[in-house]
Design a protein around this ligand. Structure first.
Ligand code: MN
Length: 249
């Protein structure tokens, strides 16, 4: 199996190394990751600058760009053959509910899916004393399942409790929950007295009932949310069509 591993926390992130090493039991692993932390990059491509690729001593490729750039460059430029699977992570911190719209971790996986490759995005619900091994275990198990199922074109967003494997209570298929609106922008002053701003933290969970990714994580269970790229709101077709009636030429 040829596996492409990327992330959004950057090429030096501990979760990336744990993931890449765990997946080696399944085949040939190539790591292509941003040269720095690009969390929150979403599906952005670098179009205003050239992109450079460097190879570290450990064989990892570091790209001066976004997670999407990394997977794009890997497929079009670095790898000799299209990978069988793209795995992104293991992110430091969760990607739950509407986080997926901003997530570079999910974006790297989605770029794989857009190239017709099955993809997993992995996030750990914690930053300190992180149990990346638990998330890597889920990645390996699901990669084996995808291989056994002849690599269906699926994108799975996986969040793992920050616990030792023995203390995780289960694994469930979930839907995306939803957060409250983000906290306020934080205003500060630079050394010249000019205002600077920090984007506020994400809001807490709002739609977090049974069946959601939030609910699974809150109950020490792994959440696995199958994602699709089509954002069309099919239920809005009828009212929007009615609004268009006066516009018809
Ligand atoms: Mn990140």
């Amino acid at each position: 199996m040829r596996i492409l591993v990327s992330n959004d926390d950057g090429v030096f992130a501990p979760g990336l190394k744990v993931l890449a090493e765990a997946l080696r039991e399944l085949g040939e692993v190539t790591v292509v990751a941003p040269d720095r932390n690009k969390s929150g990059a979403s599906n952005s491509l670098t179009l205003d600058n050239p992109v450079r690729i460097a190879r570290a001593e450990n064989g990892y490729y570091a790209v001066t760009g976004t997670p999407t750039d990394c997977v794009h460059m890997a497929i079009h430029e670095i790898l000799e053959a299209k990978p069988d699977l793209v795995v992104s992570g293991i992110n430091s911190g969760p990607n739950l509910g509407d986080d997926v719209l901003y997530s570079g971790t999910v974006a790297a996986a989605m770029e794989g899916l857009l190239h017709g490759i099955p993809a997993l995005a992995l996030s750990l619900n914690g930053h300190d004393h992180a149990h990346y091994d638990s998330a890597a275990r889920v990645a390996v198990a699901l990669a084996k399942e995808l291989r056994a199922a002849s690599l269906p074109r699926r994108l799975l967003n996986i969040n793992v409790p920050n616990l030792p494997w023995e203390r995780i209570l289960g694994v469930e298929v979930t839907r995306q929950g939803f957060r409250h609106r983000a906290e306020d922008v934080v205003r500060a002053t630079d050394p010249k007295g000019l205002p600077v701003y920090w984007i506020g933290r994400p809001g807490g969970s709002a739609d977090a009932g049974p069946g959601t990714d939030f609910h699974a994580i809150d109950h020490d269970r792994v959440s696995v949310t199958p994602l699709q790229i089509d954002l069309t709101d099919y239920q809005a077709f009828a009212p929007v069509d009615a609004w268009l009636s006066g516009l018809r030429p």
